[in-house]
Each structure stands twice: as C-alpha cells, then as structure tokens.
Design a binder for this molecule. Sequence first.
Ligand SMILES: [Zn+2]
Length: 249
Amino acid sequence: MSATSPRTASRTTARGSRRTARRGFAAALAAAGAVIAAAVPAAATPAAEDVTPEQELTDALTVVDQYWTDNYEWYFGEEYTAPLVYTGSEGVQGMYTSGVDSYACGGEEGLVPSNALHCAEPVGEDWIAMSDDLLHEGTAQIGDAFVYAVVAHEWAHAIQQRQPGWTAPWTELQADCIAGATLAEATDQGLLSWDEGDEEELAVGLQAVADETGWTDTTSHGSAEERIAFFQHGVDEGVEGCLYDGLQP
Ligand SMILES: [Zn+2]
C-alpha cells in the first residue's frame, strides 16, 4: 500500500485498484479462517523496498488526514479538526519508543509497549500515537498495509469522538469498519494505491498476530475474524455503511 501523488493519480486507475483489492480481500478472507497456519509464511512478505516503516507511518498519517480533510464536512456538515499526532524521542511523527517515551492519557501512562492509541484527552487536543515495536513487528510480520490499517483505525476513534452519536458498544469494531472505508475511499479518490497482496496481508496477518500486541488483544478489540469482517464491511459499504444499519457484532 502506498500514498499516491495527487498529480499522477488517475481516478480510473484508482477505481480499478479498488475492485481488485476487494476481490483479493474477499478471497483472503475466505482462506484466512481455514488454513491460517499454512498461509502465514506466504503472507510474511517484506514491506515495499526502499520504504522504511517510519516512512510508511508518515505516508499513512498524511493520506488518512487528507482523506478526512477532504470528506469530513461532506459527511457531517461541520468543519474538520484533525487530532494531534504525538512525536516521541526519535523524532518520527506519530511514533513513540516503547519503554523510553512516557506521556499521560487521562491520568494513566498512554504509551504502553506494542500498542497504538487515540487519546481523547485533553478535549480539543486529542492525539494519536503508535509504538515503535508495533510499527516494526507489524510491518515485518504482516506488511506495510498494517501501518495504514492501524493509522486509519486510530483516526477513526478521533472521528467517533467528534461525532459521539456514532459511538456504540462495539466501538472498536466500528473503528475497524471506518478504517476499511477510509482506505477504500482514499483509494477511490486517488490518495492511495493498493499493492498486490495488501488485503491478504491484513486478513492473514491479523489472524496470525491476534493477542500478540495490545492492538490485537482480542478481549478488547474483538476476534481477528470479527475485525476482518468489519474492516471488509467498510471497504464494501463506505463510511455510511459503518453507521447504525443493523451492523452488530
Ligand atoms: Zn481502537
């Protein structure tokens, strides 16, 4: 998955990519549940050459923020305000170093290892961050699409905070749905292109790393199967499909 320069993006190409992405994701979805153990090595493809995980993070933050800058007011009739992005001791936008950086969220340490978060406090200055170990392990074990999925998911929590009517008991899965919608619509709008294998990376990868990190803790975020299903629903139906249309875990 990679950011697309708006100058070179072709909407026709982007739509074609998305159709391919949907087919690939659906196939990966079907395969993921059945043969996860066999599929894991094939899914562990390295990230795109010449792009560091840190650069992927920077690109993903840019794409997702641009998507909401372009679309938020259309959906909600209100001016968009972006969440802040935490930058840790390594100086990488959006990344903190586990065990080194410390920053409170609501009176508790927010920067726990192997996690990503949207911190809703202080109100009006909410922020998102992702740990260096989650970034590196996720990229190595799943692939670059993981970084985009995490960023889109955390940004979705910021959107949920701005539109509290959205917040439901299934907040985490709704965030996965919105993340899928964000990445699919960003692709339609020429901000992003999907590489071959991205969808498989996500589907198989999430299965493989379930419960290994805070971000993939199934007790708080739902099972890997649920997460994939909600992400896929967002890909297929868009942001509107993540509203209250009978979608329940
Ligand atoms: Zn979440």
